[in-house]
Design a protein around this ligand. Sequence first.
Ligand SMILES: *Cc1c(COP(=O)(O)O)cnc(C)c1O
Length: 394
Amino acid sequence: MTQPPSKRRLQTRIVHAQDQLTPGFESFAVPVARASTVVFPDLATMRSLDWRNDAQWRYGLHATPTSLVLAQRLAMLEGGQHALLQPSGLAAISNVYFGLVKAGDDVLIPDNVYSPNRDHGEWLAQDFGLTVRYYDPLIGAGIAELIQPNTRLIWLEAPGSVTMEVPDVRAITTVARSRNIITALDNTWSAGLAFRPFEQGVDISVQALTKYQSGGADVLMGATITADEALHLQLKTARMRMGLGVSADDCSLVLRSLPSLQLRFAQHDRSALALATWLKQRPEIAAVLHPALADCPGHAFFKRDFTGAGGLFSVVFDARYSAAQIDTFCESLELFSLGWSWGGAHSLAMPYDLTRMRTETQWPHRGTLVRFYIGLEDEADLREDIAQSLAALG
Ligand SMILES: *Cc1c(COP(=O)(O)O)cnc(C)c1O
């Protein structure tokens, strides 16, 4: 006979304390449900749980009520039905690969793709028996000519988040659907707000929630969003096999930022477009790569399919400046920090070496590319900062 609870020794009472949360409390915050162990009321319940059901809790790695709320809100935001969370945007990309392709399959990747996705594809090709091939992001319906009987997955990125070419998503998904090939779109640039993937025939939308959704440059998380149940379950299986989970604390940070997502995105968009337009007039700049500007490759598709652009664009400097001079330009900026990732309140600038980043298409510019992320500072201050750094170029 064990002691009644009140008679147990202190160490047992503190472990087995049967606290009841005081009822009648309400707040706007989604509670943080932390768990590795999920406790079952009895074994029959445990045995009856169906892993396919997103709300049947089996283990904290798979989901908690907090992560489920975030997944549901992301699916709603993006116009999908289901979402899975991964510990980074790159893990979401990895989840897509491992969920969909196997040895012998062929994958098509746009030549302007987010570089770690390219590296991931290369790795699978080298060590896991796939083939990966790259296509001109502006190929449109011409993608049909690249399709082989074993082509299983087509990646898209709209636009490519360094060089900003905007693809004709609809033309590519139409071909893919007619050939039973899955399309996965990295939709991070648009935050899932400015481009509606499922209306354009995309099967999987990938988000790096690390960016605008977190909004603080302090959380890493990714998501795969789908409209089709079978595809969701296929990705969910791979996610489980790979042990990809997210913490409830990180989910609560993203949930805290979501209500301001549209407002922040619109503000980033306004400032970035104003600065891009101003930079276009500067004699130091050979090209401004911003999808909302008429001479950006694929601008017609931006106009047709997008409702906004957010804070990320690139410029190409005049070829008379050396790469070292452009390094100095970036380092002379006072309000722009040097760093990867984006989506927070702080502006960023980073030079890129395009020669290492593409294999299929010829990069048409000779000058150095700098990618700007325009944060939430006052646009006039950012403009003055860029102007002083340009003036120092000589
Ligand atoms: C940042 C980013 C990712 C990866 O996100 P992480 O959370 O940093 O792994 C994927 N795609 C694009 C376009 C990105 O900008």
